[in-house]
Design a protein around this ligand. Sequence first.
Ligand SMILES: [Zn+2]
Ligand SMILES: [Zn+2]
Length: 302
Amino acid sequence: MADAGEKGGSSLLIIILDTNPVWWGRKKVSDEQFSLSHCVDCITVLANSHLMLAHKNKLAVIAAHTDSSVFLYPQYPGKQTAAAKLPDDGQYEVFGQVEGQLRAQLKMLIMQDKEEIDEMYDVPERPSDSLIAGAMAVALCYAHRLEKECPIGEAMSTRLLVIKGSEDCPAQYMNFMNAVFTSQKQNIIIDACILDKDSGLLQQACDITGGMYLKIPQLQGLLQYLMWVFLPDPSTRVKMALPPRAQVDYRAACFCHRNLIDIGYVCSVCLSIYCSFSPICSTCQTTFKILGPQKLKRKKKS
Ligand SMILES: [Zn+2]
Ligand SMILES: [Zn+2]
């Protein structure tokens, strides 16, 4: 596989995993075998395969939770709370670390949730969407830092893979699109692996950055899709017969109600989008004149 590693550079793969407890909790009965644990197994295999392709390849896994984004791998230095699993005999040390840290960090995340729920009398309803935009911003910062640390003359290519099950959150539209355009500027490709309903926002993200968008037809085959579609780097993908590109839903969210709209009003100054006419733009405070019938100008008497 013609990975960036072979050309002397390294390849950074950042996996964003949607860990929304609401979605993982209400999975369909027919997919009983498919759990978060199974998903993490698949991700571990993908991650290890990526690390195996080239010695310099790097990896990061970030969990997008309901209200936070947490690094599952690597851990922050100095925050060694989760005990890493000791490698089995003959297992490459890094593989053992990846697996152990992913599982330990996820466990901590879930236990924190449980503690919060136990402490509260009436449990507020958990949002059914995840902080994908936040996790993407964290990923971009991390990629930026690694790029800066890269030795001079060495190139690093970065890819983002979002594995998402929960619904889109139009409230994150602005932050999400900002992250997408930043990725585009930084030549970072965004891939999306959708486990449930189609995501209009991620379709746009993949289309803009030249990534691959795929809604998994069968959850049981997640590992196969990850390995065949998302493991090869973009230069290799050109030579492969991959699933056809999805139709992109290019609707934007209005800034007033965060609804996805087909036709709306656009502020001529700051390009904010509104679903109904408002005389004052709430983003840039520009006042618009309401067009009434034009007054007839009086002829000047000479
Ligand atoms: Zn609106
Ligand atoms: Zn405006």
